[in-house]
Every structure is written in structure tokens, then in C-alpha cells.
Design a protein around this ligand. Structure first.
Ligand code: N01
Length: 561
């Protein structure tokens, strides 16, 4: 029997605190939380979803900066769980812009009537395991106090936006913005002097669009990034129909791919072919656009020499696009292998540096010293004047949002303490010491190295199947064993160390946050391999998890009743 479900209206801003019991609490109403709620309903479980924003969409709710767009193709960056939905929905562009993806998230919420179980504008402040009751107690900043057998964190990997600690920020006389918290009403930057700090994926998308409006844009670059043109275009009707004609088969195939994206992965190594062939292949991929560039050869993430050929190609492209040789040189990444910081995808990023109203400050030569009342001061004493500063400075990735929720497991153990030296989990799904708590696309799973939609659906389905199994076998708690967690963490590190990824000071490694442990956080073994592993573990009665009472005992007890 599901626990009581007191009321079902969408939350008004002034709703009274809710004190209630549910089967499941879900934290977050992005794509993970929405689909999780849908599956929980299908299992007949009662659920309460908490969402800090006033709407659904998660990352696509918050990241409304100019130019925000997905770099996984629209036909693949969408749910596959409903054939009707995927057949009926039409994406207007090859790569979807943020407003279209948000529109889709809202459509899904309405279509599956999800809003009535979501409490918006409500931030979870504490998630504590009650040992005696074998339930989670979840508290919010609106005074809600919910107990639930299960808690599912659908808080996203890139949701805790990060403002760098630069002195003098409060003294700035102009406006400041973070790409991850862009004002909903939009920002009129027309004719203004805009400083953009950061040159990651967000900045690389935003800068060309801002430059078209602003009077002047000054880009503050600490680390140059590799970026591939998107070649975005209106959706081609024939291409859309081709996908829809065998959508299901294509989705199934994508799930077996390394990163959950169906594209042509060359099965050859870069050094197996002549230089001429290699350049032809890179050129074709550059012209084709998007992250498929990194699939030009099967060893670009593994072999330094192979990787250098791809990096050299992109550096040459930068040289050929950017007319000012000094700017071109400054924009060329040289101190990490291509792809080991998240590859960027752009529309006219490098071309934008040919505009008269765009200048580049190389922070490796003159770091930022402080924010001054009139702009950004670098160590050479120059104040780069600005009316607005855009912080495109990224996120406390993968662990930030989880740690902010105040999770405490067995014996009051804080997740923050358990993860003091970096995140540890079993499969990125559960953490030893935290029974009945699941993380959707948590650290230790392919997550950010994959098509998030594919990884979200896989996790949600796995969790839903697990809950169904526990229900059917009378098991009250499931928890990762310490041994299974240790082995998974060791395996994850071993696989990562076989690649070039740990060579970059990236947010994958926690390197963007001062003091954050340097641990490669996502699982890089591949989406297909990972899925098989998860399925195998479930098929073996959840190997590596402690089930209490054990299913056989539970079944016997049930039979005796
Ligand atoms: O954040 P980032 P992002 N002074 O961390 C710089 C996804 N995403 O929001 O590299 C000066 O990548 C920092 O410099 P450095 C995607 O997974 C996807 O751009 O640390 N600079 C860096 O240049 C992506 O990877 C899409 O030296 C400072 C930048 O700020 C992830 O989100 C679109 C600084 C931060 O880059 C995050 O991307 C957008 C300081 N104190 C995002 N602190 C698509 O699907 C930081 N920086 C296309």
C-alpha cells in the first residue's frame, strides 16, 4: 500500500508547510526527476518531488544565457520512454536552443500530469536517515517535513553554479550575471561594455551572441578551449523522418555506444592511417560539426600521439580563422590533450575574435587581481572598464548539489564527511552507509561523459526496477556494501588512468574548485559497458548490495502471513 498522499495541487508560493509520509521523495524536477516521478507513479508508489526553481527543466530552467544550446543533436537529446512523445514532438533545429528544450520539459510535465506532485520554489535543506524507522526525513526551507522509505537525488551534475572568489566584487558599480543563473526576463546588453570571465562551453556559446549586441566585449581567458563548430541548422524534414521511421531501434543502438550518442565512431586508431587520410577525416568531421569530431579515431582519448594530431588540426583551424596572429596564438590550447576538458561546440566562436568590438585578455599573462568599481583589474594595473560582468565560471560539478542538500546517513554520517577526499559510490547509484538513497547520474556513473538523457533514463529505469523488486520480495532496505563500493571506485580510477583525461585540470577532476579533491568523478568505461554491468548486478539479485531482510527470508515471512 502506498503511504498517504495528503494533497495534490501544485504549490502556491505561500502554501503551508507539509508534514507527511510518502513512499519516495525525489529531489529535483529536471529531466531526471520528471521521468523518475512518472515511473514511480507507474509502480503505484506515492512520491513528493521538491524543486528549488518555480518551474521544471533543471539545467535548462537555469541556464538561459544568450546562445545556450545543447550540443547533443535534438533527435537524440530527448526522452525515449514514450513512443508517442518521440513521434509527435518536433524539434525545430539540429541542435536545440535552451527555450525549445525548456518548452519540451514543460510539455512532458503537462502531458504526463506531473506537476501535481511537485512542490516548486522549495529547497531541500536536510535529508537524514532514521535508523529505527528505516526511513528518510527530508526537510525544506519552507518548513516541510516529509518522511519516506526512499530518497532519490535528481539534483543534476552541473547545477551548483560557482562564483569565483575575486576580491572587490561588491565594489563593482555595474551589473553582474552568472550564465547558470541568467535572469528570466533576459538582459539587454545592447551598446554596453561587457566583461565575460571564463571560456568554457557556456562562454563559448554566449560570447558570439553577446558580441552582436554589446558595444564592446572583453573576454577574460584563463585556459583556452578546444571548440568545434556546431553547423547548427533548421531541422531537415527528411532527417527527422529517417529517425522517426525506426526511432526505437536507433535509441537501443545509442544505449550501447560509448557515450550514448549514435554517431559514426571510427574503429581505427589515428596512427593507423596516413597523415593525408587523417587530415581528410578531421576536415570532414569539422565540416560535419559537433562532438562527433572526437570520434574521428578510436584512440583520441587514449593515446597522446593520436590525440596530438587532432589537437594540431584544431589549432591550425584557429590560426586560419583568427586574423590577428597574437590573438590566435592566445586562443590555442596547448597544455592539455584535446577532449580531456569538455570539448566545446560553438557557432562562430573563433570568428568573433575578428570583430572590432571584441578583445581578449590572456589571464595567464596578466591574471585578474580584483574587481574594481569600474571594471576588472588585472595584475598589470589595467582596469578593463565594463558596465556588466558575465561570470561564465562554471559549477561545483557532480558533487556540489548533492552536498548542499545536507544528507546524513547511518549514525548521522554526513555525505560531505564521507566524500571529504572525493566522491565514493557504487555504480554512481548508491553510497555505502546511505541505505535507500539513490543518486540519478551520480559521480561514479557515465553521467557528464554521456548523452545525459540516455544516462538519466537508464538510471531511472534501474532504480524503478529495483524498487519494484524490493516491493515484490518484501525487502525494506537496500544499501551498497563497503566492499562493492571500494571495488567500484578502484575500477573507476583504473579505467580513468588508462585514458588521457586525468592529465587536464578539469572540472571532471574537481580542479575548478579550490580545495576540492582531485578525483576523476564520472565513470569513463562507456555507457554500453556500464549498462550491461548494472543489468548484470540486478540480475544477480543486486550483487554488491545488502538487502534487508534478505529476499528469501522476506518471501518466507510473507508466505507465512
Ligand atoms: O563552465 P566551465 P561552463 N578567473 O567550468 C573560468 C556543460 N555545458 O559553464 O579552465 C578566471 O567549463 C575557467 O577557467 P579554467 C558542459 O559539460 C554544456 O562553461 O578553470 N577564469 C573556465 O574557462 C560544460 O563543460 C553545454 O582555467 C575563471 C570557465 O571559467 C559544463 O556545462 C553548454 C575563474 C568555466 O568553464 C560547464 O561549462 C554549456 C577565475 N577565478 C555548458 N574561475 C552544451 O551542451 C573559473 N574560470 C553545449
Amino acid at each position: 500500500m502506498p503511504d498517504a498522499q495528503p494533497h495534490s495541487d501544485a504549490s502556491p508560493a505561500d502554501r503551508p508547510p507539509e508534514i507527511a509520509a510518502f513512499d519516495v521523495v525525489v529531489v529535483g524536477a529536471g529531466f531526471g526527476g520528471l521521468y523518475m516521478l512518472h515511473r514511480l507513479r507507474g509502480l503505484g508508489l506515492s512520491a513528493r518531488v521538491f524543486e528549488a526553481a518555480d518551474g521544471v527543466g533543471g539545467t535548462w530552467y537555469w541556464n538561459r544565457y544568450p546562445g545556450a544550446r545543447c550540443d547533443v543533436e535534438s533527435m537524440q537529446y530527448s526522452y525515449s520512454f514514450s513512443e508517442e512523445l518521440q513521434q509527435e514532438w518536433h524539434w525545430p533545429e539540429r541542435f536545440s536552443a535552451q527555450p525549445d528544450i525548456l518548452r519540451y520539459a514543460n510539455h512532458v510535465a503537462d502531458r504526463f500530469d506531473l506537476r501535481r506532485d511537485i512542490r516548486f520554489e522549495t529547497r531541500v535543506t536536510s535529508v537524514a536517515w532514521d535508523e529505527a524507522a528505516e526511513r528518510w526525513t527530508v526537510e525544506t526551507d519552507r518548513g516541510d517535513r516529509i518522511t519516506a522509505r526512499f530518497c532519490i537525488m535528481a539534483t543534476g551534475c552541473l547545477s551548483a553554479a560557482r562564483m569565483p572568489d575575486i576580491p572587490g566584487l561588491d565594489s563593482f558599480e555595474g551589473d553582474t550575471y552568472h550564465t547558470g543563473h541568467w535572469p528570466h526576463e533576459g538582459v539587454d546588453l545592447a551598446g554596453r561594455r561587457v566583461a565575460v570571465i571564463g571560456t568554457g562551453s557556456s562562454a563559448i556559446q554566449a560570447i558570439p551572441v553577446i558580441a552582436e549586441q554589446a558595444g564592446h566585449v572583453t573576454v577574460f581567458q584563463r585556459t583556452p578551449n578546444f571548440s568545434i563548430p556546431s553547423r547548427n541548422k533548421p531541422m531537415d524534414a527528411e532527417y527527422e523522418n529517417l529517425w522517426k521511421s525506426d526511432y526505437r531501434a536507433r535509441r537501443l543502438k545509442a544505449r550501447t555506444m560509448r557515450n550514448g550518442i549514435l554517431y559514426h565512431l571510427n574503429d581505427k586508431g589515428a596512427m593507423e592511417v596516413s597523415e593525408e587520410d587523417r587530415l581528410r577525416e578531421y576536415e570532414a568531421r569539422w565540416e560535419g560539426g559537433g562532438i562527433a569530431f572526437m570520434a574521428a579515431y578510436n584512440n583520441l582519448a587514449l593515446d597522446a600521439e593520436a590525440n596530438r594530431t587532432a589537437a594540431d588540426f584544431v589549432r591550425e583551424k584557429i590560426r586560419s580563422i583568427v586574423r590577428d596572429p597574437a590573438k590566435a596564438e592566445a586562443l590555442m590550447p596547448r597544455d592539455y590533450p584535446i577532449g580531456t576538458k569538455r570539448i566545446c561546440v560553438d557557432t562562430d566562436y573563433f570568428e568573433t575574435f575578428n570583430r572590432d568590438n571584441v578583445s581578449l585578455v590572456d589571464l595567464r599573462k596578466t591574471p585578474i587581481e580584483a574587481i574594481a568599481p569600474k571594471g576588472v583589474r588585472t595584475t598589470d594595473g589595467t582596469v578593463h572598464e565594463a558596465d556588466a560582468i558575465v561570470f561564465a565560471t562554471g559549477f561545483d560539478a557532480m558533487t556540489g548539489a548533492l552536498l548542499k542538500a545536507g544528507i546524513r546517513g547511518r549514525g548521522g554520517l554526513a555525505l560531505a564527511d564521507k566524500w571529504e577526499e572525493g566522491p565514493r559510490s557504487y555504480l554512481g547509484l548508491m553510497v555505502a552507509g546511505f541505505p535507500n538513497l539513490f543518486t540519478i547520474t551520480g559521480p561514479g556513473s557515465p553521467s557528464v561523459l554521456s548523452n545525459m538523457m540516455v544516462s538519466i533514463e537508464q538510471h531511472v529505469d534501474w532504480i524503478a526496477d529495483c524498487l519494484a523488486y524490493l516491493g515484490a520480495t518484501g525487502v525494506r532496505t537496500i544499501e551498497a556494501t563497503q566492499e562493492a563500493e571500494d571495488a567500484w571506485v578502484a575500477h573507476g580510477m583504473e579505467v580513468a588512468n588508462r585514458t588521457l583525461y586525468p592529465r587536464a585540470a578539469s572540472w571532471y577532476m574537481g580542479a575548478n574548485i579550490p580545495g576540492k579533491p582531485r578525483v576523476f568523478m564520472p565513470y569513463i568505461g562507456g555507457v554500453g559497458v556500464y549498462r550491461e554491468k548494472c543489468d548484470e548486478i540486478a540480475a544477480k539479485g543486486y550483487e554488491g548490495f545488502r538487502l534487508s531482510p534478505p529476499p528469501a527470508t522476506a518471501a518466507r515471512a510473507e508466505a507465512a502471513e
